[in-house]
Design a protein around this ligand. Structure first.
Ligand code: ADP
Length: 173
């Protein structure tokens, strides 16, 4: 396991990292789950206005806004796939969320980033499968992004964190 990866349980909005990743929707319209929490913590009106200026984001892509009232320097919004059974390119689209967010962060000179469990809430992606994709893609990115110091998998609950830890341990053996 790459020792720059950390699994952490709590509210992602409280993390002091360069970039917090948001599991957004294609309209960047805000919503429930982690998206709602990030909007509330950043400042709903300011973040909505910044998102409106961008206009939207395709599934698997990533865009950036300021973080406003958050402790982070920026919010990277990425749109995870809605789980439709697994034969609609979901795994590649989810993989792309992680690589696009990491690439954007590196381009900005960021060194630390926190990811929520993209698509694991209302988008219904099977959690263990999503975790396997997330870990694999982040480890792959870190192999090239040597300047990166820390990637946090921010989990809302312990059971999600257990999935990440199990996956990371499996990769280490
Ligand atoms: P999606 O629409 O991509 O499925 P959700 O926001 O519904 O996104 O859920 C993604 C994950 O984020 C879920 O595992 C959910 O438990 C988690 N989550 C919700 N709120 C927070 C928060 N404040 N901090 C970290 N994770 C959160």
């Amino acid at each position: 396991m790459d020792d720059r990866i950390q699994v952490w349980v709590g509210d992602i909005t409280t993390l002091k990292v360069d970039a917090i990743v948001n599991a957004a929707n294609r309209e960047l319209a805000g919503g429930g789950g982690v998206d709602g929490a990030i909007h509330r913590a950043a400042g709903v009106q300011q973040l909505q206005a910044a998102c409106r200026r961008i206009g939207g984001c395709a599934t698997g892509q990533a865009v950036m806004t300021p973080a406003f009232n958050l402790g982070a320097r920026a919010i990277i919004h990425t749109v995870g796939p809605v789980w439709q059974g697994g034969d609609q390119d979901e795994a590649n689209l989810l993989r792309s969320c992680y690589s696009e967010a990491m690439t954007l962060a590196v381009r900005e000179g960021f060194r630390t980033i926190a990811f929520p469990a993209i698509s694991c809430g209302v988008y219904g992606y099977p959690k263990a499968q999503a975790v396997a994709v997330a870990v694999d893609e982040v480890e792959r990115c870190l192999e090239s992004y040597l300047m990166f110091k820390r990637v946090v998998f921010a989990c809302f609950d312990q059971s999600m964190a257990d999935l990440y830890r199990a996956c990371l341990q499996n990769q280490a053996t």
